[in-house]
Structures are given as C-alpha cells and as structure tokens.
Design a protein around this ligand. Structure first.
Ligand SMILES: O=C(O)c1ccc[n+]([C@@H]2O[C@H](COP(=O)([O-])O)[C@@H](O)[C@H]2O)c1
Ligand SMILES: Cc1cc2nc[nH]c2cc1C
Length: 338
C-alpha cells in the first residue's frame, strides 16, 4: 500500500499521477470473454464488469476472495438546524448496532462473504455547523482523510465505503452543489424521511452554507473541509487509497458518491476504478451519478446508506467474475461456436 499522505498537499499531489488499469490485461480478458461458451455479449453488462475488474486487478482470470466493507461514522453540527428526521444520538447508537451485528449491512456482508468493520470518527465532537464556519479545520479534515486511507486492507480485492451520520445528506447536498453547481433545492432530498417542509428548510440551510463559503469552494478538498464531514472525508481518503492499490471500488448512495465526487472534480478519471452500485431513492442521487458519468448496477429503491446498496451490488460483481473466470471456452467444452 502506498504510504498515506502526511499533509493535504501530499493528498492533492497524489491525484496528479494516478495508477491506471492494465491495458494488456483488459485485452486478454476481452479475448477470453470472446471464447466463453455463450453467444457473444449474452451476459450483457456482466461481461463489461468482469473485464473492468480484471483490468484493475492485473489478471485476465481474476477471483474475488477478500471483499471489504468499512462503515465510517461522523456527527454533524448542522444537524442542530433540524435537517434530519432523526436525532443525532442515533449515529452512536447505530455504531453500537453495527458492532453487535444487528444492522442491515451486517447481514449483507455475511450473505456476500465480505469483511465488515466500523470506524467511528470523533462522534463526541460533531463538526462545526457549516452555515457559519468551516465544518472542519485543516487538521481535522486531514485526520479524517487519513483514517479512511488507513482503513483499506492490504489484501482487499474489492472495497466498499459505507457511512452513518445523522445530518450527512445535508452535508452531502452542500458538497455536491459546491462541486457540481446548482442550489440547495437541486440537491436537498428527504434523507431519513423529511416531509416537504423539512426538505425546503434543508435546501435553505444548504444555500446558507454555499453563501457563507462562496469565495472558497473552487478547490474540491477545501469544499470538502468546509461543507463535508468526517465520514465523508474518510470515504474520500479510502477511495483514493484503493485507487493507489488498484483495488476496485463499489460506490454506495448519495453521501458516498458526494464524497467520491471530490476526487472526480480534483482529477478527471479519478473514479475509473469505481462503479456505481445502485441508484438511491435520495432524490438527487441520479443527478450526482449522471455528473460522475456512472450508470448504477441496481435500482431497488434503497435509501439506507451504510454501504447497503453497494454490498447488494457486490453479489452482481461476484456473479460477473465467477462467470468470466469459471466458464469453459468453446474449445475446452467441445461446443461449436457460431
Ligand atoms: O445512501 C443514501 O443514499 C442515503 C439516503 C438517505 C439517508 N441515508 C442515511 O441516513 C443518514 C442521513 O440522513 P439525514 O436525514 O440524517 O441527513 C445517514 O446515516 C445515511 O447513511 C443514506
Ligand atoms: C435507524 C437508522 C439506520 C441507518 N443506517 C444508516 N443510516 C441510518 C439512519 C437511521 C435513522
């Protein structure tokens, strides 16, 4: 694993020279795909997925042995503005639930053979309310980026960053607006279950944050510091760490994709090692995925977070890789090709 960045500048510098997928392996995987016992293209998007995965793993006949899910948890000063349907203490309570094995993500991780860990980030010290101050200091955002970076296991062969943080759809909406343009109304959604009046209030809170920080949002990492949260920054750090190790990533919902968008805005192609696991029911996720040029694998109406949509999509990626690497060729099986 590349050494984790010691400063924000080192983090920025890493984005300048990102490792790429192997073109030679992609060609070899395409050649293998063309010989497998099926009509050409009959496995549809599974074929593309397997070839993409092979290219990042550097082997034309890969397997998935060590999928890793990490849930990052953070608390948000902006939650005091009444932007969530749930109280902030639910964050620490859900961390206990993850640790006890009682959350949805625990079941999904077990069902699909992934490891699962929780990283709680200074829960007793919420970020500052971004409507009147930067959410994090430089030291705080660096610590969160580093926590995410260090969470990616040496032997992981797929990585999923999940999150838990009451109020974090407000931070994600503000960050998405800063990175991609638009107003609070474009990016604020129901989150954990706001009604229409709640969504309007939330949009106003996002607009207040955008106005307060307006002169400082051109740099994506500075936008993350000012409007994001610790769990968002940790996801940004983890997704970059995975890229440096050529570990493919499955992106989860609105908050995870907003954190990932920091990298895409900082360096075009920085999310080439990532696929969109699903389309969240959070209203603006479709807009965010379109901006990232990602087509989600699943559309199941999930809006839970905690990595759940990405973990469900892991089953699809495993299916793709199992077919690609396990199937016989026409020659091996003695089947006449077309
Ligand atoms: O992943 C998503 O798209 C998603 C959409 C809506 C809500 N969430 C989860 O709900 C929490 C944030 O919602 P809120 O209303 O408190 O901002 C946080 O813990 C997220 O994991 C997640
Ligand atoms: C109960 C609950 C579980 C969650 N998991 C991820 N975000 C969540 C938000 C709430 C409110």
């Amino acid at each position: 694993m590349t050494d984790r960045p010691a400063t924000l500048q080192e983090f920025r510098d890493m984005l300048v020279d990102l490792p790429a997928a192997s073109a030679g392996v992609i060609a070899a995987a395409e050649a293998r795909d063309a010989q497998l016992t099926k009509p050409p293209g009959a496995l549809g998007r599974l074929e593309e997925l397997a070839i993409w995965y092979a290219g990042w793993r550097g082997t034309a006949r890969p397997t998935i042995e060590a999928p890793q899910i990490v849930i990052f948890a953070g608390n948000h000063g902006v939650a005091a503005r009444g932007v969530s349907a749930f109280p902030p203490e639910v964050t620490v309570q859900m961390v206990a639930n993850f640790e006890a094995g009682g959350a949805a993500i625990n079941q999904l991780a077990r069902a699909f053979g992934a490891s699962m860990a929780v990283v709680a980030l200074d829960l007793e010290r919420p970020t500052a309310d971004f409507t009147d101050a930067p959410a994090m200091t430089e030291a705080e955002v660096l610590a969160a980026l580093q926590a995410g970076w260090s969470a990616v296991a040496e032997d992981a062969d797929v990585f999923i960053a999940g999150e838990m943080g009451i109020g974090n759809t407000t931070s994600a909406a503000a960050l998405a607006a800063a990175l991609l343009g638009g107003t609070g109304a474009d990016w604020a959604g129901r989150g954990t279950g706001l009604d229409t009046a709640g969504v309007a209030l939330k949009a106003g809170v996002v607009d207040a944050g955008l106005a307060h920080h307006a002169d400082h949002l051109a740099d994506p990492i500075e936008a993350l510091r000012r409007l994001g949260g610790r769990e968002l920054a940790a996801m940004t750090g983890a997704i970059l760490a995975a890229r440096m190790a050529r570990v493919p990533v499955i992106l989860d919902g609105f908050i995870a994709c907003s954190a990932a968008a920091v990298l895409a805005r900082a360096a075009p192609g920085a999310l080439d090692h990532a696929i969109a696991g699903h389309l969240s029911a959070e209203g603006a996720h479709a807009r965010l995925l379109a901006a990232l040029d990602k087509v989600p694998l699943l559309d199941l109406g999930l809006r839970l977070g905690e990595g759940s949509g990405a973990a469900t999509a892991l089953a699809v990626l495993k299916a793709a890789v199992a077919c690609h690497s396990g199937m016989a060729t026409f020659a091996e099986a003695g089947v006449s090709d077309g």
